[in-house]
Design a protein around this ligand. Structure first.
Ligand code: C2E
Ligand code: MG
Ligand code: MG
Length: 732
């Protein structure tokens, strides 16, 4: 053998040796590769058996213990989750070499005998209840356990044969059964309890330490030669486990925070806080939205204010004035108004001489003095520069004088009062509103009219004011006088009831009378009902007047009855009385009861036009009045658009033919022909007939020749005060 002499040869030999050593050690390692031991375990028993949340591998106290024991026995344990419902059934599955955990040997699902290892660790079992009450003795206890703990349940049953054990699919069902009282307590491995009871919704469950007991923790398999060999080897491995090692494994798994909150746990734990927070957020959002809305509304309001108001004086702008006038007229349809357009003729001169600021002061002064005079339902606006417009109620001449004294004169003398020799010249145009203006209010049109009148004043070189429609002003003033004074008049005795007798032309005797209202106005003198009745009807006051007249008539009828003279009087009933709130039927009924009259003494006149306008309501009212014994008459027949058809429908007792109307106009011969046929028709229909407005004997004779005997008119008597009427002889 040649000696190795060169260093190069030495290096080669050294590398070869190293390589040879590597091969040898690899071969040795292959020799000691451990045998795989497939261990079937449940995984729903944290911390005994569970899946590591990070690696998803099966781990736990039980897994680590058997792994260590198997390792001591030369196995490498490989864990498989058992797919069977119970360990008992898993024993028959060849997929697992051993199955865990068992407290003792039990027979398999198919009834085969099993064999179990030595005890790996003494596992404490604990009872859990709702609340801390004393439990009955273990032997008579009803206990709930997990179905997958079937093996343990059998062992428990062996230990406590009197214990009634019910198995449930999962912990939620166990807890539900406990809550429903199906079982007295739940039984489980203490390690598992320490995990399960971390669930917030189980926090009310109480551990019963007094009822604790221990059970063995073993691996098992079928009792066959292979099984016995595995168990033998495992037992040797178990014997090699040090106590400290076992305790370390237990500590390792029980000290980990293994329980992970799910959504329901968070909901349970923080539900109240969460709810309150959500409520708080919603409330904040609502407040925010409302605040936003309020700010928005406020801004809108500000915008509207700016648009509707004059920045200099604070009174309405043209825009605002238009709106306000419409509002006022809409809500006060019965108030008489005028609208004035006022202009300072020498405003340019004032500005030039005293400065703009003085001009502005003057405008503010005018606005302020006017505002002080205005009522709630009146308005003033500055529609541009020195042009003021005013909507004012018509309240008679005195008010105009007051306006002049308190507003216009102080404005006129504004500079004079401040020691300057300059009068303010005001030109005003006044437009008095007509009924049309209330129906379709066109403020610009009214302003145009007032402006036209103002222009007339200005161009004539005068100061002062002019009416656009002076007649309307007179009428407006009269209406205002009527309406403002009416409430006083009805109380103060200004109203009187006059009587116009009705006669039988054949005998010449008085057969009745019509009561007519008379008003002696302190300022306007005697006013005709043809003027005040429509005004009162329009303004809704007519019932006040009629009630007064009816009451007066009934009082007199009663007095005459007592004096032994039985009279009948016709009273007028306005269509507005029937349309109002008062039950007219009941009102008349009450009147005759109160004054002890028989109903035929009170005859009720309703105009023909009322029957045309509200026929159905009027027909019903007529029928009801007649059913109470009143006589109902159709007044002013022939004066309106009467239809012959209506005569058939309306159940009145007597027709009052308006002779003046039928006779007074057009071709006299044609009128006579019409009258003749109308009278014949009324009589043929079996209705009574009276002609009113008969002015002379010729007319009376003509009517008589046509068969109309009852008459009322100046030909016989004019309306007269009650004292005069009483003196007349009545038909007995
Ligand atoms: P009317 O009910 O048709 O009353 C008859 C009207 O004719 C009365 O007018 C009467 O004075 C007038 N008259 C009587 N004879 C003649 C005549 O020969 N020739 C002429 N041209 N006229 C005659 P008056 O009193 O002015 O009443 C007018 C209307 O006012 C009444 O017409 C009636 O509809 C209404 N009226 C009067 N008083 C009242 C009342 O107290 N209540 C209501 N609701 N209406 C009333
Ligand atoms: Mg009448
Ligand atoms: Mg009449």
């Amino acid at each position: 053998m040649r000696a190795i002499r060169s260093p190069k040869c030495f290096l080669t030999v050294f590398i070869c040796a190293i390589m040879a050593l590597g091969f040898i050690s690899e071969a040795l390692a292959a020799d000691v590769k451990k045998e795989i031991l497939r261990v079937g375990v449940p995984t729903d028993r944290c911390p005994v058996f569970y899946r590591d949340p990070e690696t998803d591998e099966i781990t736990g106290i039980g897994a680590d213990l058997i792994y260590a024991a198997a390792e001591n026995a030369g196995y490498e344990a490989e864990f498989v989750q058992i797919k069977e419902e119970t360990l008992k059934e898993a024993l028959d599955d060849e997929e697992y070499d051993i199955v865990m955990p068992f407290g003792s040997a039990i027979s398999s699902g198919t009834g085969a005998a099993s064999i179990v290892s030595e005890n790996l660790i003494q596992t404490p079992f604990t009872l859990v209840t709702e609340g801390k009450h004393r439990l009955p003795p273990l032997n008579g206890l009803k206990v709930g356990m997990l179905k997958s703990l079937g093996g343990a349940a059998e062992t428990v049953h062996q230990l406590f044969p009197g214990m009634e054990i019910t198995l449930y699919a999962d912990m939620a069902q166990c807890v539900h059964a406990l809550h429903e009282g199906e079982v007295d307590a739940l039984l489980h491995n203490s390690y598992v309890w320490s995990y399960v009871l971390q669930k917030p919704s189980y926090s009310y469950l109480t551990v019963q330490p007094s009822a604790m007991f221990s059970m063995d923790f073993r691996a098992g398999t079928l009792d066959d030669p292979k099984g016995r060999e595995i168990i033998d080897r495992i037992n040797r491995g178990i014997a090699g486990l040090a106590d400290t090692q076992v305790q370390a494994i237990v500590l390792d798994h029980t000290s980990r925070r293994l329980y992970k909150y799910d959504f329901n746990d968070y909901l349970y734990e923080y539900g109240l806080v969460l709810g309150l927070t959500v409520l708080l957020i919603i409330s904040l959002l609502i407040i925010l939205v409302m605040k936003q809305r309020a700010i928005h509304l406020e801004q809108e309001e500000k915008m509207r204010y700016l648009m509707d108001h004059d920045a200099l004086t604070g009174i309405w702008s043209l825009n605002g004035f238009r709106k306000r006038v419409k509002e006022i007229l809409h809500s006060n349809p019965d108030t008489q108004y005028f609208l004035s357009y006022n202009n300072i003729k020498n405003f340019k001169f004032i500005n030039d001489s005293f400065g703009m600021a003085a001009g502005d002061e003057l405008l503010r002064f005018w606005a302020d003095s006017s505002v002080r005079m205005l009522g709630e339902n009146e308005a003033i606006g500055r529609i541009d520069c020195d042009h003021f417009v005013v909507l004012r109620e018509i309240r008679g001449e005195e008010k105009l004088v007051e306006d002049k004294d308190k507003v216009l004169d102080p404005v006129r003398n504004y500079f004079v009062d401040r020691g300057k020799d300059q009068k303010v010249q005001i030109c005003s145009g006044v437009y008095v509103l007509t009924p049309d203006d209330y129906e379709k209010t066109d403020v610009d049109r009214m302003l145009d009219f007032a402006r036209v009148a103002e222009k007339r004043v200005r161009e004539s070189g005068r100061n002062g004011f002019e009416f656009y429609n002076p007649k309307q002003w007179e009428r407006g003033k009269r209406i205002a006088d009527i309406l403002t004074h009416f409430p006083v008049a009805i109380k103060s005795g200004e109203f009187k009831v006059w009587y116009q007798p009705q006669v039988d032309y054949g005998t010449g005797k008085i057969i009745g009378a019509e009561a007519l209202g008379r008003w002696n106005h302190p300022k306007l003198g005697w006013i005709s009902p043809t003027e005040f009745v429509p005004v009162l009807e329009e303004s809704g006051y007519i019932f006040e007047l009629d009630r007064f007249v009816w009451e007066e008539v009934c009082r007199n009828l009663k007095r005459w009855n007592e004096e032994g003279v039985k009279r009948s009087v016709s009273v007028n009933l306005s269509r507005r009385d029937i349309l109002g709130d008062v039950d007219i039927i009941e009102h008349f009924h009450e009147l005759i009861r109160k004054y002890e009259l028989s109903p035929e003494q009170l005859r009720i006149e309703i105009t023909e036009s009322a029957y045309v306008e509200d026929s159905e309501l009027l027909i019903q009212t007529t029928k009801k009045l007649e059913s109470l014994g009143f006589m109902v008459e159709m007044d002013d027949f022939g004066s309106g658009y009467s239809s012959l058809h209506m005569l058939k429908e309306v159940p009145v007792d007597r027709i009052k033919l308006d002779f003046q109307f039928l006779h007074g106009k057009g071709n006299a011969e044609k009128s006579r022909i019409i009258l003749r046929y109308v009278i014949r028709m009324i009589r043929s229909l079996g209705m009574k007939l009276i002609a009113e407005g008969v002015e002379d004997a010729e007319q009376a004779d003509f009517l008589d020749s046509l068969g109309c005997k009852e008459m009322q008119g100046f030909c016989f008597y004019k309306p007269m005060p009650v004292e005069e009427f009483e003196k007349l002889k009545f038909k007995s």
